[in-house]
Each structure stands twice: as structure tokens, then as C-alpha cells.
Design a protein around this ligand. Structure first.
Ligand SMILES: NC(=O)c1ccc[n+]([C@@H]2O[C@H](COP(=O)([O-])OP(=O)(O)OC[C@H]3O[C@@H](n4cnc5c(N)ncnc54)[C@H](O)[C@@H]3O)[C@@H](O)[C@H]2O)c1
Length: 273
């Protein structure tokens, strides 16, 4: 234990169950001395799993639908009241596409659902940042992190309209990062994580094969959720004070590989059959 986050206060969105990336971040942030509130949509809270995490981390749960500004206003003000001051970090670990979930392909989306995809997976970050700014809830040098995926830059069939939402999310990171940086030295970044076995991840068609493909493409293999949580902690810490407006790949090298020997071998084996 290094107490990297000692004295820091925050909000962690998106811990659904123990596979969630946010769940692992909460455990590591707690280990490193942070105090925080946990939040999720009311429907997710009804599952009840988060209570276990709340007990381990001694972190209160405050329900909020991240698409509803009034919920976010309440969440931010109650978090400051409960934690006894302004905040130092926020984890936005939220993603959902009704189209992907219901098997609608990218070329046949339901547009109402597509708006929901954007609202839940991208605009919720803007709403959170705007709410924090209006309440002056973040201390100077605070760190806000959102989780994203490389489908924002390259096409990945099956990721559907989430790709567009992630591209928007990453743009919000840059745009809000500019304003929050100049006004309050608040940093805003996204971490682009490897495929990870979670509820959101495994909702994507063909996820298992894709997970295997990425594993073979990445020189270091897929980055596990625990390692992602370590990276998040380092980004919340004062050791990364001058990193802002970045999309940071945490993917075992996947994003910079054209093709790997391991993938080539699969085709060579096929030719030899
Ligand atoms: N799993 C992967 O392969 C992978 C890869 C790269 C990035 N990510 C990103 O990581 C983040 C976390 O996902 P995860 O993989 O831990 O899955 P997860 O399903 O455990 O987490 C997604 C969370 O979003 C929450 N959520 C959905 N709608 C919400 C709303 N309206 N208000 C508040 N919260 C809401 C869910 O309740 C859930 O807790 C997401 O942004 C996801 O896109 C995941």
C-alpha cells in the first residue's frame, strides 16, 4: 500500500458486479487511501451487488441515472457533503447501446435507441463535467477519467453505434479538457481498454472470438481489468499531473500492431491443411 490517493475524494460511476472495471478501480482506489461515493443507475442498484463493494470500501451508494442532469446535481452535491469537501477524481465507466443489446446491426439501427446510446455512453460525461463545473465541485488538479474503446478510431463490426458514441466521448474529453484545464487545471482523459469480460463487453456479438483475436494481436496480450484499475489509480494520482485531453491506450500494444505472427500462423496452418 503506497497511499497514492490518500486524502483524495471522488465519485466512481459504473460498478455493476465484481467483473466491472469500475468495481476493480474502487477496490484499488480504496487500497490507495481514497474516499469516494459509488453510483449507478437505479435499475442497476436494484441488482444489489454493489452493496458488497460499498461495505468493503466504506463508500456510500448514491443512485443516479447519468443521463439525467437533476440526478447528477444531487449526486455531486451529496458526494461533497458526505465526503466533507470538494472532489479530486471522477471515474466515468458507463456504456450501453440498446441497438447492440437488441441485436440491431449498424446499418439498420433504431434511431431512438441510437440517441440513447449517445446519451448514456457519451453525453453523460459532458453532463457530469458540466454539473461539476457549475457546482465548482472539483479541486484544482483533479482528474476525470472515462473508459473507451478503439472502435472510436477503427471499424469493428459488431460494436455498432457504440463506435460513434465512443468517438463522441473522446471528443468531449478533449473539448471539456480544454475548458476545465484553462479554468481550474482539471484534467480530463480517456483510457482505451482491451476487450474485457464484463456485462457490457460480453453483450457484443462474437465477443469471445474477438477477445481471442485481440489476445493474439497484442504483444503483451489483452490488458486485464485489474491492470486497467492500476492505470486509473495512477491517472488519479499526482504522479500524472500534466496529462490531460488524451486518449490513452491500455491494450497490450494492440492499437499499434498491423498484424502479428500469431495471427499469421493461423492462416498458414489453414493453408497447410
Ligand atoms: N468490457 C470491455 O470489453 C470494454 C473495453 C473497452 C472499454 N470498455 C468500457 O468500460 C466501461 C465500463 O464497462 P464494463 O466493461 O466495466 O461493463 P459493465 O457492464 O460492468 O459497466 C457498464 C456500467 O454502465 C452503467 N450504466 C448503464 N446505463 C447507465 C445510466 N443511464 N446511468 C448510470 N450508469 C449506467 C451500468 O449499470 C454498468 O454499471 C464502459 O464505458 C465500456 O464501454 C469496456
Amino acid at each position: 500500500m503506497n497511499n497514492l490517493l490518500k486524502g483524495k475524494r471522488g465519485i466512481i460511476f459504473g460498478a455493476l458486479d465484481e467483473n466491472s472495471i469500475a468495481w476493480k478501480v474502487a477496490l484499488k482506489a480504496h487500497e490507495q487511501g481514497a474516499q469516494f461515493t459509488l453510483t449507478n443507475a437505479p435499475v442497476a442498484l436494484r441488482m444489489g451487488e454493489i452493496k458488497k463493494l460499498s461495505e468493503i470500501c466504506n463508500a456510500p451508494i448514491i443512485g443516479a441515472d447519468a443521463t439525467v442532469v437533476e440526478d447528477l446535481e444531487k449526486l455531486v452535491s451529496e458526494s461533497m457533503n458526505h465526503l466533507g469537501g470538494k472532489l479530486d477524481f471522477v471515474l466515468h465507466s458507463i456504456g450501453m447501446s440498446p441497438n447492440v443489446r437488441k441485436g440491431k446491426t449498424y446499418t439498420d439501427v433504431n434511431y431512438e435507441w441510437m440517441q440513447k446510446t449517445y446519451d448514456i455512453s457519451a453525453f453523460s460525461l459532458h453532463k457530469t463535467l458540466q454539473t461539476c463545473m457549475k457546482q465548482d465541485a472539483l479541486n484544482d488538479w483533479s482528474s476525470v477519467l472515462a473508459l473507451t474503446y478503439i472502435a472510436a478510431q477503427r471499424s469493428f463490426p459488431g460494436y455498432g453505434d457504440m463506435a460513434d458514441a465512443k468517438a463522441t466521448l473522446e471528443s468531449i474529453v478533449r473539448s471539456f479538457g480544454y475548458y476545465y484545464g484553462t479554468q481550474k487545471k482539471v484534467r480530463v482523459n480517456s483510457i482505451s481498454q482491451s476487450p474485457t469480460m464484463t456485462t457490457a463487453g460480453s453483450g457484443i456479438k462474437g465477443f469471445d472470438s474477438f477477445f481471442g483475436f485481440a489476445e493474439k494481436m497484442s504483444p503483451l496480450g489483452n490488458a486485464p481489468a485489474d491492470a486497467c484499475a492500476d492505470y486509473c489509480v495512477s491517472m488519479f494520482s499526482d504522479l500524472t499531473r500534466y496529462v490531460t485531453m488524451q486518449n490513452l491506450f491500455h491494450d497490450g500494444g494492440f492499437s499499434n500492431v498491423g498484424v502479428s505472427d500469431a495471427i499469421m500462423h493461423l492462416f498458414e496452418e489453414k493453408k497447410g491443411e
